[in-house]
Design a protein around this ligand. Sequence first.
Ligand code: ATP
Length: 251
Amino acid sequence: MNAIVELKDISISFSGETVYDRLSFDIRDGEFLCIVGQSGCGKSTLLRVIGDLLKVDSGKVLVGSRPADQAWDEIAYVFQSPRLLPWRNAEENVVLGQQLRFGRSRSRAEMLERARSLLELVGLGKDRLKMPAMLSGGERQRVSIARALAVEPRIILMDEPFSALDVMTRHRMRAEIVDLWRKTGKTIIFVTHEVDEAIELADRIVVLSSKPTKVRSIIEVPQDRPRNLEDPALRAMHDQLRKLIGDPSVH
Ligand SMILES: Nc1ncnc2c1ncn2[C@@H]1O[C@H](COP(=O)(O)OP(=O)(O)OP(=O)(O)O)[C@@H](O)[C@H]1O
Protein backbone atom coordinates (compact mmCIF):
# COMPACT_ATOMS: atom_id res chain seq x y z
CA MET A 1 0.00 0.00 0.00
CA ASN A 2 1.26 3.52 -0.81
CA ALA A 3 2.35 5.87 1.95
CA ILE A 4 0.09 8.91 2.30
CA VAL A 5 2.17 10.45 5.11
CA GLU A 6 5.94 10.10 5.41
CA LEU A 7 7.78 11.28 8.49
CA LYS A 8 11.52 11.19 7.91
CA ASP A 9 13.97 11.80 10.73
CA ILE A 10 11.92 14.57 12.30
CA SER A 11 13.30 16.34 15.35
CA ILE A 12 11.62 18.97 17.51
CA SER A 13 12.73 20.70 20.71
CA PHE A 14 10.75 23.10 22.86
CA SER A 15 12.84 25.48 24.99
CA GLY A 16 15.85 23.22 24.75
CA GLU A 17 13.95 20.01 25.58
CA THR A 18 14.00 17.43 22.80
CA VAL A 19 10.56 16.00 22.09
CA TYR A 20 11.34 14.03 18.90
CA ASP A 21 14.74 12.71 18.12
CA ARG A 22 14.85 11.68 14.44
CA LEU A 23 11.41 10.11 14.47
CA SER A 24 10.47 8.24 11.27
CA PHE A 25 7.55 6.20 10.05
CA ASP A 26 5.06 6.04 7.19
CA ILE A 27 1.28 6.03 7.24
CA ARG A 28 -0.46 3.98 4.57
CA ASP A 29 -3.14 5.36 2.32
CA GLY A 30 -6.55 4.33 3.62
CA GLU A 31 -5.42 2.79 6.89
CA PHE A 32 -6.76 3.32 10.39
CA LEU A 33 -3.63 4.12 12.38
CA CYS A 34 -3.64 4.62 16.13
CA ILE A 35 -0.86 6.35 18.04
CA VAL A 36 -0.25 5.46 21.68
CA GLY A 37 2.45 6.39 24.18
CA GLN A 38 3.05 7.87 27.60
CA SER A 39 1.51 11.19 28.52
CA GLY A 40 3.64 14.02 27.14
CA CYS A 41 5.58 11.87 24.64
CA GLY A 42 4.28 13.94 21.73
CA LYS A 43 1.15 12.23 20.34
CA SER A 44 -0.81 15.46 19.83
CA THR A 45 2.31 17.22 18.60
CA LEU A 46 2.58 14.61 15.86
CA LEU A 47 -0.89 15.51 14.58
CA ARG A 48 0.06 19.19 14.61
CA VAL A 49 3.18 18.39 12.59
CA ILE A 50 1.23 16.37 10.01
CA GLY A 51 -1.40 19.14 9.81
CA ASP A 52 1.36 21.77 9.41
CA LEU A 53 0.30 23.63 12.54
CA LEU A 54 3.85 23.16 13.81
CA LYS A 55 7.15 23.18 11.92
CA VAL A 56 9.83 20.59 12.59
CA ASP A 57 13.37 21.67 13.47
CA SER A 58 14.79 19.14 11.06
CA GLY A 59 13.62 16.22 8.93
CA LYS A 60 10.87 15.91 6.34
CA VAL A 61 7.09 15.65 6.54
CA LEU A 62 5.39 14.61 3.31
CA VAL A 63 1.61 14.43 2.97
CA GLY A 64 0.38 12.89 -0.27
CA SER A 65 3.99 13.20 -1.54
CA ARG A 66 3.93 16.99 -0.98
CA PRO A 67 5.61 18.96 1.82
CA ALA A 68 3.08 19.33 4.67
CA ASP A 69 2.82 23.11 4.17
CA GLN A 70 1.42 22.52 0.68
CA ALA A 71 -1.00 19.78 1.63
CA TRP A 72 -3.43 21.47 4.02
CA ASP A 73 -6.32 20.55 1.69
CA GLU A 74 -5.67 16.85 2.33
CA ILE A 75 -6.41 17.14 6.05
CA ALA A 76 -9.21 17.72 8.56
CA TYR A 77 -9.17 17.58 12.36
CA VAL A 78 -11.46 16.15 15.00
CA PHE A 79 -10.44 17.30 18.47
CA GLN A 80 -11.22 16.01 21.94
CA SER A 81 -13.83 18.73 22.31
CA PRO A 82 -16.09 19.29 19.28
CA ARG A 83 -15.41 23.06 19.04
CA LEU A 84 -18.79 23.95 17.53
CA LEU A 85 -20.04 27.52 17.32
CA PRO A 86 -22.85 27.62 19.91
CA TRP A 87 -24.94 30.14 17.95
CA ARG A 88 -25.02 28.03 14.77
CA ASN A 89 -27.17 24.93 14.41
CA ALA A 90 -25.67 21.56 13.47
CA GLU A 91 -25.93 21.99 9.71
CA GLU A 92 -24.64 25.56 9.83
CA ASN A 93 -21.60 24.35 11.78
CA VAL A 94 -20.91 21.84 9.01
CA VAL A 95 -21.43 24.57 6.40
CA LEU A 96 -18.98 26.83 8.24
CA GLY A 97 -16.19 24.27 7.95
CA GLN A 98 -16.72 24.28 4.19
CA GLN A 99 -16.88 28.09 3.97
CA LEU A 100 -13.52 28.31 5.68
CA ARG A 101 -11.99 25.71 3.35
CA PHE A 102 -13.66 26.48 0.02
CA GLY A 103 -14.58 30.17 0.28
CA ARG A 104 -16.69 31.21 -2.67
CA SER A 105 -15.60 28.34 -4.89
CA ARG A 106 -18.56 26.30 -3.65
CA SER A 107 -22.12 27.63 -3.56
CA ARG A 108 -24.09 27.84 -0.33
CA ALA A 109 -26.65 25.44 -1.77
CA GLU A 110 -23.94 22.86 -2.45
CA MET A 111 -22.47 23.30 1.02
CA LEU A 112 -25.87 22.93 2.62
CA GLU A 113 -26.65 19.81 0.63
CA ARG A 114 -23.33 18.29 1.60
CA ALA A 115 -23.88 19.20 5.27
CA ARG A 116 -27.27 17.51 5.24
CA SER A 117 -26.06 14.32 3.60
CA LEU A 118 -23.12 14.04 6.01
CA LEU A 119 -25.31 14.68 9.04
CA GLU A 120 -27.51 11.89 7.70
CA LEU A 121 -24.41 9.68 7.39
CA VAL A 122 -23.43 10.27 11.03
CA GLY A 123 -26.99 9.55 12.18
CA LEU A 124 -28.13 13.13 12.80
CA GLY A 125 -30.48 13.60 9.86
CA LYS A 126 -33.35 14.53 12.17
CA ASP A 127 -31.21 16.76 14.39
CA ARG A 128 -29.68 18.94 11.73
CA LEU A 129 -31.44 22.10 12.91
CA LYS A 130 -30.60 21.66 16.60
CA MET A 131 -28.24 24.08 18.30
CA PRO A 132 -25.13 22.51 19.89
CA ALA A 133 -26.60 23.03 23.39
CA MET A 134 -29.52 20.79 22.43
CA LEU A 135 -27.24 17.91 21.42
CA SER A 136 -25.61 15.28 23.63
CA GLY A 137 -21.81 15.03 23.87
CA GLY A 138 -21.76 12.13 21.40
CA GLU A 139 -24.04 13.96 18.99
CA ARG A 140 -21.86 17.06 19.14
CA GLN A 141 -18.84 14.96 18.35
CA ARG A 142 -20.73 13.45 15.40
CA VAL A 143 -21.34 16.98 14.08
CA SER A 144 -17.62 17.66 14.30
CA ILE A 145 -16.93 14.42 12.38
CA ALA A 146 -19.44 15.49 9.69
CA ARG A 147 -17.70 18.90 9.57
CA ALA A 148 -14.34 17.16 9.05
CA LEU A 149 -15.72 14.94 6.27
CA ALA A 150 -17.40 17.93 4.58
CA VAL A 151 -14.10 19.43 3.47
CA GLU A 152 -13.31 16.22 1.58
CA PRO A 153 -9.94 15.48 3.14
CA ARG A 154 -8.04 12.29 2.38
CA ILE A 155 -6.77 12.21 5.95
CA ILE A 156 -8.64 12.79 9.21
CA LEU A 157 -6.57 13.56 12.30
CA MET A 158 -8.37 12.61 15.51
CA ASP A 159 -6.99 13.66 18.88
CA GLU A 160 -8.64 11.57 21.62
CA PRO A 161 -12.04 12.38 20.10
CA PHE A 162 -14.06 10.14 22.41
CA SER A 163 -12.22 10.56 25.70
CA ALA A 164 -14.63 13.18 27.06
CA LEU A 165 -17.69 10.96 26.43
CA ASP A 166 -19.36 8.58 28.87
CA VAL A 167 -18.39 4.92 28.59
CA MET A 168 -21.50 3.74 26.71
CA THR A 169 -21.32 6.56 24.17
CA ARG A 170 -17.60 6.04 23.73
CA HIS A 171 -18.17 2.38 22.82
CA ARG A 172 -20.91 3.26 20.38
CA MET A 173 -18.79 5.97 18.76
CA ARG A 174 -15.92 3.53 18.27
CA ALA A 175 -18.18 1.20 16.30
CA GLU A 176 -19.52 4.16 14.33
CA ILE A 177 -16.12 5.51 13.40
CA VAL A 178 -15.04 2.12 12.03
CA ASP A 179 -18.23 2.04 9.98
CA LEU A 180 -17.62 5.58 8.65
CA TRP A 181 -13.99 4.80 7.88
CA ARG A 182 -15.14 1.80 5.83
CA LYS A 183 -17.80 3.79 3.99
CA THR A 184 -15.58 6.77 3.20
CA GLY A 185 -12.17 5.14 2.58
CA LYS A 186 -10.36 7.95 4.45
CA THR A 187 -7.02 7.55 6.18
CA ILE A 188 -7.58 8.02 9.92
CA ILE A 189 -4.76 8.94 12.29
CA PHE A 190 -6.13 8.56 15.80
CA VAL A 191 -4.39 9.49 19.04
CA THR A 192 -5.52 7.69 22.16
CA HIS A 193 -4.20 6.89 25.62
CA GLU A 194 -6.42 3.81 25.84
CA VAL A 195 -4.77 0.62 24.68
CA ASP A 196 -8.10 -1.17 24.21
CA GLU A 197 -9.41 1.63 22.04
CA ALA A 198 -6.37 1.29 19.78
CA ILE A 199 -6.79 -2.49 19.60
CA GLU A 200 -10.48 -2.18 18.79
CA LEU A 201 -9.97 0.36 16.01
CA ALA A 202 -6.57 0.14 14.38
CA ASP A 203 -5.07 -1.60 11.39
CA ARG A 204 -1.73 -0.69 12.93
CA ILE A 205 -0.70 0.80 16.26
CA VAL A 206 2.35 3.03 16.53
CA VAL A 207 3.85 2.92 20.01
CA LEU A 208 5.95 5.96 20.85
CA SER A 209 8.72 5.87 23.46
CA SER A 210 8.98 8.50 26.18
CA LYS A 211 11.01 11.64 25.41
CA PRO A 212 13.22 12.04 23.46
CA THR A 213 10.59 10.25 21.43
CA LYS A 214 11.16 7.60 18.81
CA VAL A 215 8.97 4.85 17.44
CA ARG A 216 9.24 1.99 19.90
CA SER A 217 7.19 -0.46 17.87
CA ILE A 218 4.55 -0.71 15.17
CA ILE A 219 1.99 -3.45 15.78
CA GLU A 220 -0.34 -4.84 13.13
CA VAL A 221 -3.83 -5.80 14.25
CA PRO A 222 -4.98 -8.31 11.64
CA GLN A 223 -8.20 -9.42 13.36
CA ASP A 224 -11.54 -8.77 11.64
CA ARG A 225 -13.80 -6.10 13.09
CA PRO A 226 -15.88 -5.91 15.24
CA ARG A 227 -13.23 -7.26 17.59
CA ASN A 228 -13.79 -9.11 20.79
CA LEU A 229 -11.28 -7.73 23.25
CA GLU A 230 -11.59 -10.91 25.31
CA ASP A 231 -10.05 -12.86 22.41
CA PRO A 232 -6.83 -14.35 23.90
CA ALA A 233 -4.69 -12.98 21.05
CA LEU A 234 -6.02 -9.47 21.70
CA ARG A 235 -5.59 -9.86 25.48
CA ALA A 236 -1.96 -10.76 24.80
CA MET A 237 -1.63 -7.73 22.53
CA HIS A 238 -3.05 -5.54 25.29
CA ASP A 239 -0.40 -6.79 27.72
CA GLN A 240 2.36 -6.40 25.14
CA LEU A 241 1.30 -2.81 24.40
CA ARG A 242 1.14 -1.85 28.08
CA LYS A 243 4.64 -3.20 28.55
CA LEU A 244 5.92 -1.32 25.52
CA ILE A 245 4.34 1.93 26.71
CA GLY A 246 5.58 1.36 30.25
CA ASP A 247 3.22 3.83 31.96
CA PRO A 248 0.82 2.70 34.68
CA SER A 249 -1.55 5.59 33.82
CA VAL A 250 -2.14 4.16 30.33
CA HIS A 251 -5.07 1.75 30.46
N1 ATP B 1 3.98 24.84 22.11
C1 ATP B 1 4.70 24.16 23.02
N2 ATP B 1 5.64 24.77 23.78
C2 ATP B 1 6.39 24.09 24.67
N3 ATP B 1 6.24 22.77 24.91
C3 ATP B 1 5.32 22.11 24.20
C4 ATP B 1 4.49 22.75 23.22
N4 ATP B 1 3.66 21.83 22.67
C5 ATP B 1 3.94 20.66 23.29
N5 ATP B 1 4.94 20.82 24.19
C6 ATP B 1 5.55 19.76 25.00
O1 ATP B 1 5.85 18.70 24.12
C7 ATP B 1 5.59 17.45 24.74
C8 ATP B 1 4.60 16.65 23.93
O2 ATP B 1 3.30 17.24 24.05
P1 ATP B 1 1.99 16.52 23.46
O3 ATP B 1 0.83 17.35 23.84
O4 ATP B 1 2.21 16.25 22.03
O5 ATP B 1 1.99 15.15 24.26
P2 ATP B 1 0.92 13.98 24.29
O6 ATP B 1 1.66 12.71 24.11
O7 ATP B 1 -0.18 14.28 23.33
O8 ATP B 1 0.41 14.10 25.80
P3 ATP B 1 -0.98 13.66 26.50
O9 ATP B 1 -1.12 12.19 26.32
O10 ATP B 1 -0.73 14.02 27.95
O11 ATP B 1 -2.07 14.47 25.87
C9 ATP B 1 5.13 17.76 26.15
O12 ATP B 1 6.23 17.67 27.01
C10 ATP B 1 4.63 19.19 26.05
O13 ATP B 1 4.77 19.84 27.27
